[in-house]
Write a protein that binds this ligand. Sequence first.
Ligand SMILES: [Zn+2]
Length: 108
Amino acid sequence: MQTHDLAQHVKWLKGAFPLAHRVYVREVPRAEILDKSDGTCTWTGKSFVILVASGQALATKIDVLNHEWAHARVKHVPDAKDEPAHNPLWSAEYGRIAAAYEAYKGNP
Ligand SMILES: [Zn+2]
């Protein structure tokens, strides 16, 4: 089974699930994240900013990153007020990312 760190996972995501816009991924203390959640994805108008809470296991941080990356991929960030952030479009993309990562790890 292959393993990689969070920076390597960002590279893997950029290759396997590219974004049309620039993305900044930062690991920060949970206290700096809105609602103190595991992670967030925001759209600045020009780029995506993904924050992942530090102090979580690497496997959890990778899953959080997959979750936030799926928001960026479908350009549907959680602050949209008109519909749930975790809609079927997001869900399908998150599923694709999770399945591809399992295959990458040697667990197809
Ligand atoms: Zn979300």
